[in-house]
Design a protein around this ligand. Structure first.
Ligand SMILES: Cc1ncc(COP(=O)(O)O)c(C=O)c1O
Length: 281
């Protein structure tokens, strides 16, 4: 399906025909927020949590939510139903809207709403079995990383850094402490304890963050949210990534050095199995 139907401001239209005015503040300023929601077997996974984060993101940049929860679910369903794939990844974006270019918020502007979907692309069988390589870099992004903002320049530069090193992700550190990767949260395991950075303004709280909390509780995996040093990451028994498209994914090499025994570890295997069960539930 190379020209799927997408939703733009009240209309379903082929992607190739979806157009926005150049003065849209998303285009001019990156003034907007987005969500990425996985769909398995034509069912949204963690829909409530994704919509709650969407509403938080909108509130955090003072865009009036243009739709009720039921309306959002209906719109996403419509876009999903128009696509032939059973497993999809819905992308939705809300910008402040179209206005004369001036930095401060314009008055009486209507938000732009765009929803598209694509078949979900999950990690390859080889990546699952063997784990992946990542590189590290200093986190130079702004201090509001908890907002799922479409202004993604810092994340783009981090992703490009990974691509240039044939790595899956750049794992970032701020002042010597682990934050997150360019498009995923990062976890370490030491002596059977899973650890992740605290949910604060330095990371985006992935929907998988909450899911992993639940899976840990249900599977007797001790979990700690705390600041994690660079040394602790390199000395970890396991490192893993989580995101809508990576689900959970083991990192076995960091800056060319092996993590643990260089293979996906026991906690990863447990969490991956639990994740697949949660998807199927
Ligand atoms: C910067 C960043 N952190 C974390 C995540 C993980 O979020 P989620 O689990 O909701 O996919 C993402 C997802 O794209 C991200 O871009």
């Amino acid at each position: 399906m190379n020209d799927p139907l997408v939703y733009l401001n009240g209309e379903m239209t082929p992607l190739s025909e979806a157009k926005i005015p150049v003065l849209d503040r998303g285009f001019i300023f990156g003034d907007g927020i987005y969500e990425v929601i996985p769909i398995y077997g034509r069912k949204m996974f963690r829909a409530d949590q994704h919509l709650a984060r969407l509403f938080r993101s909108l509130a955090s940049i003072s865009i009036t939510n243009p739709h009720s929860k039921e309306e959002w679910l209906g719109l996403i369903d419509k876009v999903m139903a128009a696509h032939e794939a059973d497993d999809q990844m819905v992308y939705l974006q809300v910008t402040r809207g179209v206005a004369r270019r001036a930095h401060a918020f314009p008055k009486d502007v209507t938000p732009t709403v765009f929803i598209m979907t694509n078949p979900i692309v999950l990690p390859s069988a080889a990546a699952r079995e063997n784990g992946v390589a990542c590189v590290t870099m200093e986190d130079k992004r702004w201090l509001r990383c908890e907002i799922k903002s479409i202004s993604l320049l810092g994340n783009i530069l981090a992703a490009q850094n990974a691509a240039e090193h044939d790595a899956t992700e750049s794992i970032q550190f701020r002042d010597g402490y682990l934050t997150e990767a360019s498009a995923s949260n990062v976890w370490i395991v030491k002596d059977g304890v899973l650890m992740g950075p605290p949910k604060d303004n330095l990371i985006l709280e992935g929907i998988r963050y909450g899911l992993i909390e639940e899976l840990c509780a249900a599977n007797n995996i001790p979990l700690q949210a705390r600041r994690i040093t660079r040394e602790e990451v390199f000395a970890a028994d396991e490192v893993m990534l989580s995101s809508a498209t990576k689900e959970v994914l083991a990192v076995v090499k960091l800056d060319g050095k092996s993590i643990g025994d260089g293979k996906p570890g026991a906690v990863y295997h447990k969490l991956y199995a639990a994740y697949q069960q949660a998807k199927a539930a």
